[in-house]
Design a protein around this ligand. Sequence first.
Ligand code: ADP
Ligand code: NI
Length: 218
Amino acid sequence: MLTKEEIIEKTATHVKELLSGEGSGHDWWHILRVWNNAKTIAASEEVDLFIVELTALLHDIGDHKFHNGDETVGPRMAAEWLTSLQVKDEAISHISTIIKELSFKGAGTTSEMSTLEGRVVQDADRLDAIGAIGIARTFAFGGHKNREMYNPEVEPEYHTSFETYKKSTGPTINHFYEKLLLLKDRMHTQSAKQLAEQRHRYMEAYLEQFFAEWNGER
Ligand code: ADP
Ligand code: NI
Protein backbone atom coordinates (compact mmCIF):
# COMPACT_ATOMS: atom_id res chain seq x y z
CA MET A 1 0.00 0.00 0.00
CA LEU A 2 1.25 3.44 -0.94
CA THR A 3 1.04 6.32 1.55
CA LYS A 4 -1.11 9.35 0.73
CA GLU A 5 2.04 11.39 0.09
CA GLU A 6 3.33 8.76 -2.34
CA ILE A 7 -0.01 8.69 -4.18
CA ILE A 8 0.02 12.46 -4.58
CA GLU A 9 3.63 12.46 -5.73
CA LYS A 10 3.09 9.67 -8.28
CA THR A 11 -0.02 11.42 -9.55
CA ALA A 12 1.84 14.72 -10.00
CA THR A 13 4.56 12.94 -11.99
CA HIS A 14 1.97 11.15 -14.13
CA VAL A 15 0.02 14.33 -14.90
CA LYS A 16 3.19 16.27 -15.64
CA GLU A 17 4.12 13.64 -18.22
CA LEU A 18 0.64 13.68 -19.78
CA LEU A 19 0.18 17.45 -20.00
CA SER A 20 3.67 18.90 -20.48
CA GLY A 21 4.00 21.18 -23.49
CA GLU A 22 0.23 21.39 -24.05
CA GLY A 23 -0.38 24.67 -25.94
CA SER A 24 -3.93 25.76 -25.10
CA GLY A 25 -3.52 26.81 -21.48
CA HIS A 26 -4.43 23.41 -20.03
CA ASP A 27 -0.81 22.36 -19.57
CA TRP A 28 1.08 21.07 -16.53
CA TRP A 29 1.78 24.61 -15.28
CA HIS A 30 -1.98 25.27 -15.13
CA ILE A 31 -2.32 22.12 -13.03
CA LEU A 32 0.54 23.17 -10.76
CA ARG A 33 -1.05 26.62 -10.23
CA VAL A 34 -4.46 25.07 -9.50
CA TRP A 35 -2.83 22.63 -7.06
CA ASN A 36 -1.18 25.58 -5.26
CA ASN A 37 -4.39 27.66 -5.30
CA ALA A 38 -6.26 24.66 -3.90
CA LYS A 39 -3.80 24.23 -1.02
CA THR A 40 -4.03 27.96 -0.21
CA ILE A 41 -7.84 27.89 -0.18
CA ALA A 42 -8.01 24.58 1.70
CA ALA A 43 -5.91 26.05 4.52
CA SER A 44 -9.00 28.00 5.66
CA GLU A 45 -11.54 25.21 5.10
CA GLU A 46 -12.36 21.95 6.89
CA VAL A 47 -11.67 19.62 3.98
CA ASP A 48 -10.10 16.30 3.17
CA LEU A 49 -6.84 17.60 1.73
CA PHE A 50 -6.01 14.27 0.08
CA ILE A 51 -9.19 14.50 -2.03
CA VAL A 52 -8.61 18.19 -2.80
CA GLU A 53 -5.01 17.70 -3.92
CA LEU A 54 -5.69 14.61 -6.05
CA THR A 55 -8.66 16.26 -7.73
CA ALA A 56 -6.70 19.44 -8.47
CA LEU A 57 -3.98 17.29 -10.06
CA LEU A 58 -6.34 15.14 -12.13
CA HIS A 59 -9.10 17.61 -13.07
CA ASP A 60 -7.97 18.29 -16.65
CA ILE A 61 -6.45 15.00 -17.80
CA GLY A 62 -9.30 14.17 -20.18
CA ASP A 63 -10.95 17.53 -20.84
CA HIS A 64 -14.14 17.36 -22.99
CA LYS A 65 -12.82 20.19 -25.19
CA PHE A 66 -10.14 17.84 -26.49
CA HIS A 67 -12.29 14.71 -26.70
CA ASN A 68 -15.04 15.86 -29.06
CA GLY A 69 -17.16 17.21 -26.22
CA ASP A 70 -17.22 13.85 -24.40
CA GLU A 71 -17.48 14.73 -20.68
CA THR A 72 -17.11 11.17 -19.49
CA VAL A 73 -13.46 10.81 -20.54
CA GLY A 74 -11.95 12.94 -17.75
CA PRO A 75 -13.63 11.26 -14.77
CA ARG A 76 -12.96 7.86 -16.31
CA MET A 77 -9.24 8.51 -16.90
CA ALA A 78 -8.89 9.79 -13.33
CA ALA A 79 -10.68 6.74 -11.91
CA GLU A 80 -8.51 4.32 -13.92
CA TRP A 81 -5.34 5.99 -12.72
CA LEU A 82 -6.43 5.97 -9.07
CA THR A 83 -7.53 2.34 -9.32
CA SER A 84 -4.06 1.45 -10.55
CA LEU A 85 -2.68 3.00 -7.34
CA GLN A 86 -5.19 1.04 -5.23
CA VAL A 87 -6.88 4.16 -3.87
CA LYS A 88 -10.09 3.33 -1.95
CA ASP A 89 -13.29 3.16 -4.03
CA GLU A 90 -14.99 5.80 -1.93
CA ALA A 91 -12.22 8.34 -2.61
CA ILE A 92 -12.17 7.46 -6.32
CA SER A 93 -15.89 7.98 -6.65
CA HIS A 94 -15.72 11.31 -4.77
CA ILE A 95 -12.88 12.54 -7.02
CA SER A 96 -14.53 11.49 -10.28
CA THR A 97 -17.80 13.11 -9.20
CA ILE A 98 -16.02 16.41 -8.56
CA ILE A 99 -14.29 16.25 -11.95
CA LYS A 100 -17.66 15.64 -13.59
CA GLU A 101 -19.22 18.64 -11.85
CA LEU A 102 -16.28 21.01 -12.26
CA SER A 103 -16.60 22.47 -15.75
CA PHE A 104 -18.00 25.87 -16.55
CA LYS A 105 -21.13 25.13 -18.60
CA GLY A 106 -22.21 28.54 -19.89
CA ALA A 107 -23.17 31.95 -18.48
CA GLY A 108 -26.83 31.05 -18.05
CA THR A 109 -26.29 27.67 -16.44
CA THR A 110 -25.66 26.64 -12.86
CA SER A 111 -23.04 24.15 -11.76
CA GLU A 112 -23.76 22.90 -8.28
CA MET A 113 -20.81 21.33 -6.52
CA SER A 114 -22.04 18.63 -4.17
CA THR A 115 -19.16 18.71 -1.67
CA LEU A 116 -16.88 21.30 -0.06
CA GLU A 117 -13.83 19.55 -1.55
CA GLY A 118 -15.38 20.15 -4.98
CA ARG A 119 -16.07 23.80 -4.22
CA VAL A 120 -12.45 24.32 -3.17
CA VAL A 121 -11.09 22.77 -6.38
CA GLN A 122 -13.58 24.68 -8.54
CA ASP A 123 -12.54 27.96 -6.93
CA ALA A 124 -8.87 27.06 -7.41
CA ASP A 125 -9.44 26.24 -11.11
CA ARG A 126 -11.47 29.39 -11.66
CA LEU A 127 -8.86 31.64 -10.06
CA ASP A 128 -6.50 30.46 -12.80
CA ALA A 129 -9.07 31.50 -15.41
CA ILE A 130 -9.04 35.17 -14.34
CA GLY A 131 -6.46 37.93 -13.81
CA ALA A 132 -3.21 38.23 -15.74
CA ILE A 133 -2.87 34.47 -16.12
CA GLY A 134 -6.51 34.17 -17.14
CA ILE A 135 -6.02 36.75 -19.90
CA ALA A 136 -2.93 34.94 -21.19
CA ARG A 137 -4.64 31.53 -21.14
CA THR A 138 -7.68 32.86 -22.95
CA PHE A 139 -5.66 34.26 -25.85
CA ALA A 140 -3.54 31.10 -25.91
CA PHE A 141 -6.73 29.04 -26.21
CA GLY A 142 -8.16 31.34 -28.90
CA GLY A 143 -4.95 31.07 -30.95
CA HIS A 144 -4.91 27.30 -30.50
CA LYS A 145 -8.46 27.19 -31.90
CA ASN A 146 -7.74 29.69 -34.70
CA ARG A 147 -10.26 32.18 -33.32
CA GLU A 148 -10.29 35.88 -34.10
CA MET A 149 -8.91 37.96 -31.24
CA TYR A 150 -11.80 40.39 -31.46
CA ASN A 151 -14.55 41.14 -33.94
CA PRO A 152 -16.87 44.05 -33.08
CA GLU A 153 -19.51 42.58 -35.40
CA VAL A 154 -19.92 39.46 -33.25
CA GLU A 155 -21.84 39.96 -30.00
CA PRO A 156 -21.07 37.89 -26.89
CA GLU A 157 -23.63 35.16 -26.21
CA TYR A 158 -25.27 34.29 -22.92
CA HIS A 159 -25.21 30.49 -23.20
CA THR A 160 -28.07 28.80 -21.43
CA SER A 161 -26.95 25.24 -22.07
CA PHE A 162 -23.66 23.35 -21.92
CA GLU A 163 -24.30 22.12 -25.47
CA THR A 164 -24.41 25.60 -27.03
CA TYR A 165 -21.52 26.82 -24.82
CA LYS A 166 -19.36 23.92 -26.02
CA LYS A 167 -20.12 24.68 -29.66
CA SER A 168 -19.39 28.40 -29.44
CA THR A 169 -16.69 29.68 -31.80
CA GLY A 170 -16.82 33.39 -30.99
CA PRO A 171 -13.83 35.73 -30.85
CA THR A 172 -11.60 35.52 -27.77
CA ILE A 173 -12.65 38.89 -26.31
CA ASN A 174 -16.22 37.59 -26.15
CA HIS A 175 -15.09 34.86 -23.76
CA PHE A 176 -14.42 37.55 -21.15
CA TYR A 177 -18.14 38.41 -21.19
CA GLU A 178 -19.31 34.83 -21.59
CA LYS A 179 -17.26 33.49 -18.69
CA LEU A 180 -14.27 35.28 -17.16
CA LEU A 181 -16.03 38.37 -15.80
CA LEU A 182 -18.77 36.20 -14.29
CA LEU A 183 -16.46 34.06 -12.17
CA LYS A 184 -15.80 36.52 -9.33
CA ASP A 185 -19.42 36.32 -8.18
CA ARG A 186 -19.51 32.54 -8.50
CA MET A 187 -16.67 31.78 -6.10
CA HIS A 188 -17.69 29.63 -3.12
CA THR A 189 -15.02 30.19 -0.47
CA GLN A 190 -14.11 33.37 1.37
CA SER A 191 -10.43 33.22 0.45
CA ALA A 192 -11.11 32.68 -3.26
CA LYS A 193 -13.60 35.55 -3.27
CA GLN A 194 -10.91 37.77 -1.87
CA LEU A 195 -8.25 36.67 -4.36
CA ALA A 196 -10.74 37.02 -7.21
CA GLU A 197 -11.47 40.71 -6.49
CA GLN A 198 -8.07 41.97 -7.52
CA ARG A 199 -7.80 39.63 -10.52
CA HIS A 200 -11.21 40.82 -11.67
CA ARG A 201 -10.27 44.51 -11.48
CA TYR A 202 -7.12 43.75 -13.45
CA MET A 203 -9.21 42.23 -16.28
CA GLU A 204 -11.56 45.22 -16.31
CA ALA A 205 -8.61 47.61 -16.61
CA TYR A 206 -7.16 45.41 -19.36
CA LEU A 207 -10.38 45.50 -21.37
CA GLU A 208 -10.69 49.26 -21.00
CA GLN A 209 -7.16 49.68 -22.38
CA PHE A 210 -7.84 47.11 -25.14
CA PHE A 211 -10.89 48.98 -26.43
CA ALA A 212 -9.24 52.39 -26.12
CA GLU A 213 -6.34 51.15 -28.25
CA TRP A 214 -8.77 49.44 -30.64
CA ASN A 215 -10.46 52.78 -31.21
CA GLY A 216 -7.18 54.69 -31.48
CA GLU A 217 -7.97 56.67 -28.35
CA ARG A 218 -4.84 55.90 -26.34
P1 ADP B 1 -13.37 25.14 -16.83
O1 ADP B 1 -12.06 24.60 -16.32
O2 ADP B 1 -14.04 26.11 -15.93
O3 ADP B 1 -14.27 24.10 -17.43
P2 ADP B 1 -12.50 25.53 -19.43
O4 ADP B 1 -11.61 24.32 -19.32
O5 ADP B 1 -13.68 25.52 -20.34
O6 ADP B 1 -12.95 26.01 -18.02
O7 ADP B 1 -11.63 26.71 -19.87
C1 ADP B 1 -10.41 26.97 -19.26
C2 ADP B 1 -9.79 28.16 -19.93
O8 ADP B 1 -9.60 27.92 -21.34
C3 ADP B 1 -10.70 29.38 -19.92
O9 ADP B 1 -10.66 30.03 -18.69
C4 ADP B 1 -10.13 30.18 -21.04
O10 ADP B 1 -8.92 30.78 -20.67
C5 ADP B 1 -9.87 29.11 -22.05
N1 ADP B 1 -11.06 28.95 -22.89
C6 ADP B 1 -12.00 28.00 -22.83
N2 ADP B 1 -12.96 28.21 -23.77
C7 ADP B 1 -12.59 29.32 -24.43
C8 ADP B 1 -13.13 30.08 -25.53
N3 ADP B 1 -14.26 29.72 -26.12
N4 ADP B 1 -12.45 31.18 -25.93
C9 ADP B 1 -11.29 31.54 -25.33
N5 ADP B 1 -10.75 30.89 -24.30
C10 ADP B 1 -11.37 29.79 -23.86
NI1 NI C 1 -8.42 23.50 -15.23
